[in-house]
Design a protein around this ligand. Structure first.
Ligand code: SF4
Length: 503
């Protein structure tokens, strides 16, 4: 879809307008001049004084015209960035309205295209805005539907119940540890995940670097008296390494990190059932790992084959029971809506199988076509459900979880996600993952160690976010881990200097 935009000179509008257009059309292109070969033309009029007043007139090739107008108070702004944000939101408001009218599609998340919608509600509550007023603002200013506002409200309340001090954890940190290996690579995956077979040399060097990072960061945390809220081992699949290697890694964690017995939660993703063995479960138990993830994604064997997960459905179920028998009492299971070849029938089957197991939490993802994945590169090979069916599956997940006692406690959205929907974490009450809440709501620093681990440093005073990424491939990591550790310590020193002593 080629969209000609008139009346907006500022180039900064191009990206947000493209992102919104992509919610409606497969491939959209924004043209900033009048041209005859555009499919539609949208002419804006914008006035910014005490109010922001904006209108949009859409004309298609048949001469049909649609019109929208919107006015909102200009709230004043400390910076040009903040000023532009308000104007951009008002422009997006009329733009979304005419596109919704043209296509007949209602975007449930309104003009929001970002990853963390619940953060917006938290921000308003932290500013002291009463919940009902905040909800009205989300509806009026962002055009979010009542259904999604109710979901956000539910989730935010749940998070504040599970982590009552969520708004005052800025002087603690959480730790993410990335282990970049998997038995094989799945077709939809863009995580740092290298097939482990035949790579023992690279695994050994990687673990050497990781132990080093854990020691150095641990020393820093102890020295500054900074506490750890949660630790999360992800990847890749952290249980791809051997039981002995896992044992040494957790021993390092206990030796290096401060006050490990009081860390609120330690999670290890054991995503691929084919990596789980009694020996590894023994190690997890030995080191009091609180929570693991065993991810079926689907309970239909052909689907697992199509996406390159070389394990069977039976293996998922067997490993789940084994983990239970060996004392794991907080197990998460991930499901994905919209995997190739799957519709309501297959998803209903996956839920029926989940019902037999009743894990403590179920995370329901909606398939997203990430740019670098094998699936996106060969899109024509993978047939996926249409928007209506994806929505039906999402509704089914909502009803099923509610009927079985699960509550939604975190959500995030991705680009190119089927049906422009979201990923939602559900859990039985009091089994929520605190780490997932911390990563989504960005209330504290998360230090990433290991391969592909992103650190997100949050200034405890200003809330400003600085990103830092360790390299994704083991070779670059092995060559540079000392330097990456040093860089992170420098950033931490700045953020947690005098002002950063623990509260
Ligand atoms: S198991 Fe997870 S991390 Fe590993 S390849 Fe598959 S999707 Fe990627």
């Amino acid at each position: 879809m080629r969209i000609s935009i008139l009346g907006l000179e500022d180039e900064r509008f191009n990206r947000p307008l493209t992102l919104i257009a992509n919610l409606f059309f497969e491939e959209s292109q924004i043209l900033t001049s009048q041209t005859d070969d555009a499919d539609i033309q949208i002419a804006f009029q914008l006035q910014v004084q005490e109010n922001i007043v904006v209108s949009a007139k859409l004309t298609d090739q048949s001469g049909k015209a649609l019109f929208a107008e919107y006015q909102q108070d200009f709230k004043g702004a400390d910076s040009e960035k903040e000023r532009f944000k308000q104007i951009k939101n008002a422009v997006s408001h009329v733009y979304l309205t005419v596109l919704q009218d043209l296509t007949g599609i209602t975007q449930k998340w309104g003009i929001l295209t970002g990853v963390r919608p619940t953060k917006l509600l938290h921000k308003k509550l932290q500013e002291g805005i009463p919940a009902e007023v905040a909800h009205r603002q989300l509806k009026d200013e962002y055009l979010i539907t009542d259904e999604k506002i109710a979901l956000m409200h539910h989730i935010v309340n749940r998070q504040l119940t599970v982590v009552p001090d969520l708004y005052s954890l800025e002087r603690e940190v959480s730790i993410y540890i990335g282990i970049p290996f998997c038995p094989t690579k799945c077709a939809y995956c863009t995580f740092p995940a290298y097939a482990i077979n035949g790579r023992q040399g690279s695994v050994d060097s990687f673990l050497g670097g990781l132990h080093y990072e854990m020691r150095k960061i641990g020393e820093w945390l102890k020295e500054k008296g900074v506490r750890i809220t949660t630790v999360y081992y992800g990847g890749g699949t952290p249980t791809s390494i051997t039981a002995e290697e896992m044992d040494m890694l957790y021993e390092e964690m206990y030796n290096s990190f401060p006050d490990v017995s009081n860390i609120r939660e330690i999670t290890v993703e054991a995503g691929r059932p084919d990596t789980i063995t009694p020996e590894k479960l023994d190690v997890l138990k030995k080191w009091n790992i609180d929570r693991i993830s065993i991810n079926p994604q689907s309970y239909t064997q052909e689907t697992l084959k199509a996406i390159g997960r070389h394990h069977t459905v039976t293996e998922t179920i067997e490993k789940y029971h084994l983990a239970r028998e060996m004392g794991m009492n907080n197990i998460n299971m991930d499901l994905i809506i919209g995997l190739p070849g799957e519709g309501l029938k297959e998803f209903t089957h996956s839920l029926a199988e989940t019902e037999k197991l009743m894990p403590e939490s179920v995370t329901v993802h909606t398939l997203s076509f990430k740019r670098a994945s094998e699936m996106t590169k060969n899109k024509e090979k993978y047939k996926v459900a249409d928007r209506t069916e994806v929505e039906k599956m999402m509704n089914l997940a909502e009803d099923w979880t509610a009927d079985h006692g699960y509550v939604p406690y975190y959500l995030y959205r991705q680009k190119n996600i089927l049906g422009n929907l979201e990923n939602v974490g559900y859990s039985l009450p009091n089994q929520e993952s605190i780490y997932n809440i911390m990563i989504m709501e960005e209330q504290q620093t998360i230090i990433g160690l290991g391969c592909g681990a992103s650190s997100k440093f949050i200034d405890p005073v200003t809330g400003k976010i600085t990103h830092f990424a360790n390299p994704k491939d083991p070779k670059s990591y092995n060559d540079g881990f000392e330097a990456y550790t040093e860089d992170k310590i420098k950033i931490l020193d700045e953020l947690f200097s005098e002002k950063g002593s623990p509260a």
